[in-house]
Design a protein. Structure first.
Length: 106
């Protein structure tokens, strides 16, 4: 399955549009992750723990979107947009959504 943020695929003709597809995931930050992130905030540097969590959430959302597109008979998703939001009290939850247009290309 080809996934792209562009509205078309160079050299490919779109033969059918199936419509909007999306995938969502919500991941909670736990106490251990928060502890390590706070240490990183104090001493500086990147928070590998949060980066890994964010990457996993993004991959899950894209995978759900892709599965929905495949169920419709698509072989590509164009115009993909990723959105990140924090939810819950103290912004303790991370929501990642992926959406795009499911299409069939030659």
């Amino acid at each position: 399955m080809l996934i792209t943020t562009t509205p078309s695929i160079e050299g490919k003709r779109i033969t059918q549009y199936f419509g909007l597809v999306s995938g969502e995931t919500i991941i909670g930050a736990n106490l251990v992750k928060d502890l390590f992130a706070n240490i990183t905030d104090i001493v500086g540097g990147r928070s590998g723990v949060y980066e890994k969590t964010l990457r996993e959430a993004k991959e899950t959302a894209i995978e759900e979107m892709t599965q929905e597109a495949q169920r419709l008979g698509a072989n590509a998703v164009i115009g993909v947009d990723l959105d990140y939001e924090t939810l819950g009290s103290g912004s303790s939850m991370l929501m990642v959504t992926a959406c795009g247009t499911a299409v069939r290309i030659e």
